[in-house]
Design a protein around this ligand. Structure first.
Ligand SMILES: C[S@@+](CC[C@H](N)C(=O)[O-])C[C@H]1O[C@@H](n2cnc3c(N)ncnc32)[C@H](O)[C@@H]1O
Length: 278
């Protein structure tokens, strides 16, 4: 499995982290997306960048899954939109089924859809109502089409939009455009959630090694990361912040361990949950 030297390759890597810590991540399907080459890539990443990705990615998955579950429990007609969905398994992990829309590059969507359909035929993953949308978020025309497809769902239902492992890979004008589209489409009390990296992490030793690794392995240029802070999150038009938290806080909530208490040895990720204003 793999998309050689493309940023989408990282979507396999994160699943190896989730698969290594299922007790924490609750992602019982992550292992389906990894093979020997992903495990080798993960070992290199762990040695060359930092050793705690299995904890961080599992905590991240758990946080977003719990958040999604609590909103589905409150309203089963909610539409779940996962942008830059990669090979996440949320539609199969939620307590109750809900309508799911997954968005990613065409090569990721085509690959994922075929795999999922095959696994559903074999009974390996449950059947769920998933719509797949192929879109390059950097392409203006494809963004407009994405907006009009999403509009038919989001304008009439509460929705839960997730951008996981994505905001730092999008140029700021692209991210702003995406947020403006969501704000126009989501009805009041809908949820928008994402992870983000702050500007002060630019000098963090783990982040410096991360950039080098992604440049070397995925051809992802080091200057391209989009970093922003909580003030930016609080200023997103049309939304109010429900929660902003950090990976260190998530370890305190979900785990008895203290692996992430040493700031110098973590990837300092933040998480935001926003609610659409009425
Ligand atoms: C680090 S992966 C995260 C995948 C998944 N959300 C997760 O947490 O496992 C980043 C994902 O964003 C997608 N992505 C990045 N830039 C994109 C773009 N311009 N258009 C569409 N998808 C994009 C990649 O293909 C990949 O699936």
């Amino acid at each position: 499995m793999g998309f050689d030297k493309h940023i989408s390759e990282s979507a396999f890597l994160v699943n190896e982290s989730r698969a290594r810590n299922v007790d924490l991540s609750r992602d019982i399907f992550a292992h389906l997306w990894v093979d020997d080459s992903t495990q080798k890539l993960w070992d290199d990443f762990s040695r060359e960048v930092y050793p705690h990705d299995e904890i961080e990615l599992s905590l991240r998955n758990r946080f977003f899954l719990d958040c999604l579950n609590s909103h589905i429990n409150a309203d089963t007609s909610i539409v779940f939109v996962n942008v830059g969905a990669g090979f996440t398994s949320y539609p199969f992990l939620t307590n109750k089924p809900c309508r799911c829309i997954e968005v990613d590059y065409a090569h990721v969507i085509d690959f994922k859809r075929k795999k999922i359909e095959g696994w559903q035929e074999e009974g390996i993953v449950p059947k769920r109502g998933i719509d797949y949308i192929a879109a390059d978020l950097n392409n203006k025309l494809e963004m407009e089409e994405l907006g009009s497809i999403l509009g038919s769902h989001l304008k009439i239902n509460h929705s839960f939009i997730l951008l996981e492992g994505l905001t730092y890979y999008l140029e700021m004008p692209v991210l702003r455009n995406l947020l403006a589209i969501f704000s126009e489409l989501q009805v009041g009390d809908s949820i928008l959630t994402f992870d983000f990296w702050t500007p002060d992490s630019a000098d963090h030793p783990v982040f410096i090694r991360f950039r080098e690794f992604f440049s070397k392995r995925f051809g992802y240029k080091e200057a391209r990361y989009n970093l922003f802070d909580a003030d930016f999150v609080r200023s997103i038009p049309g939304y109010s912040v429900v929660e902003i938290t950090s990976i260190q806080d998530l370890e305190k909530v979900y785990s008895k361990t203290t692996f992430l208490s040493d700031y110098e040895n973590i990837l300092p990720e933040q998480y935001a949950v926003l609610m659409k204003n009425a």
